[in-house]
Design a protein around this ligand. Sequence first.
Ligand SMILES: [Zn+2]
Length: 493
Amino acid sequence: LVLTSACNYYDGVTQKEAESFYNEMKDPNDETPVSYGLNSRLVKENGKLQEKTWKVGGLYTQAIEKIVYWLKKAEGVAENEAQKAVITKLIQFYETGNLKDFDEYAILWVKDLDSRIDFVNGFTESYGDPLGMKASWESLVNFKDLESTHRTEIISSNAQWFEDHSPVDKSFKKEKVKGVSAKVITAAILAGDLYPATAIGINLPNANWIRAHHGSKSVTIGNITDAYNKAAHGNGFNEEFVYSDAEIQLIDAYSDLTDELHTDLHECLGHGSGKLLPGVDPDALKAYGSTIEEARADLFGLYYVADPKLVELGLLSSPDAYKAQYYTYLMNGLMTQLVRIEPGNTVEEAHMRNRQLIARWVFEQGAADKVVELVKKDGKTYVVINDYQKVRELFGELLAEIQRIKSTGDFEGARSLVENYAVKVDPALHAEVLERYKKLNLAPYKGFVNPKYELMTDENGNVTDVTVSYDEGYVEQMMRYSTDYSPLPSINN
Ligand SMILES: [Zn+2]
C-alpha cells in the first residue's frame, strides 16, 4: 500500500517497514500515546529508516516559519488568556516538532470554549496516508454563529442520553461522556487541505485518549452548508434521480434541516461516542481505520435522526422528517456518489467508502424483505425505500457491529466489511449514473473562493479596520495566492 501510494509521506519504504518502525516506538501500556508519525515523512537513506520532521529547521521549514510568524501576530491580539496560551503552545509545537507539545496544544484548544473567534491549524487529518498516521496541513479561521449554536447546544447537553440509548454493546459505551462541546461556526477563511474544497463539519482533536479524557470540540460550518443547500435547489439533480413526487416533497420540506442535524450528530456525538477496550491499539484497523471511523459517526447520526427524542427536544417538527435524510443518504451511497468516480475505478476515498458501505450493507441485509429496492422505471434505476423503520433498525445493527470492530480493534472484521461493501462498483449502474448526470451539466465537487480581506490603517500605520470583499474570481485568487504565499522550493527533502 505504501510503495504504490501516490502520497509523499514515505520515500522508498514498504508498508511492513513503516509498520514495524512505528510499532517499535509504541508502548501498549502508554495511556497517553502521541500520534506517532503525524508530522513527518518516513524515508530510507543509506539503508536506514528515519523520520524527517516537519518543523522550524526541519522539512518544510520555509512554510512553517511563515505560519509561526503569523501565529505570533495572532498571539499579540488574542481574545483572552486561554486563547493566548493555545497559540503560544502551537508555536512551540511548530518550533520543536515534538508531538507531546502538539497534544498539550490540543488539550488547551479543546478547553477554550469562551472565545468567539477560533481556528483549526496544524497537521490534522490522515485520510491521505494509506496507513492513516501522517496528516496533511489545514487551517480554518472562524467565528461562532451564536443563534445557530443554540441547536447544537441542545444536542451536546443531551450527549449522555444519546450515549446511554445507543444500540451498541454496553461494554463499548462511555460511562461518562466528557466535554462534548458543539457550535455552529462561520468560516472566515479556508487554507491548506481545507481549501478550496472544505469539510462541512469538524470534530477535533483526533487523538482517542484526548477525546476520552478531555473531550472534543465539534463544529458545523454553517455558511458552507448554507451555500451547498442554496446551490442544490433547482439544479435538476433530485428531479433526475429521486424516484417519485412523494420523496421529492419530503426532501424539499426537510432535507436542509435533517442534513444539518445529521452533520451535528455525526460530529458532536458520533465521533465522540464509544470507547476502545483497554490495551487496544488506536491504529489497529490500519488502512481501514478512517472508513470505519466515518461509518461509525454517520451511523450514529442516521440512527438518531429518526429518534422521537429529536422531536421532543424541539429540533424537528415532524416525526417523518428523518425519511428525507434516509432517502438521500441511501440514494447517494447506492448510486449518485458514483458521479465522482471515473469509469473503471473503484471507491477509494474514506468518506465515500463509508457511505457505500452503509448503503450497500443495508440494501443487502434487507433484500429478503425488500426493505430497500433498486427499481427500473423507463429504463432508469431508482432507489425505493419500502420500510423506513426497518432501515433504522438495520442502521442500529450495523452501528453495533462497527462499534464492536472499533472497540476491540478487529482488523479482520474491518477488512471484510470494507472490501465486501465499500470498494467495488457495479459497472452497468455506474455507467448509467454517469450518463444521466452528464446531461445535468453539474460539477461533482464544489469549492469555495475566500473573501478578500484588506487592512485599513491610519496615518501612523495603526490598523483601524478590515474590509471584506468578494470580487475575486477563483482563478485570480489562485494566481494571487501562488504569487504571495509560495515560500517552499520546488523540491523539498
Ligand atoms: Zn467524520
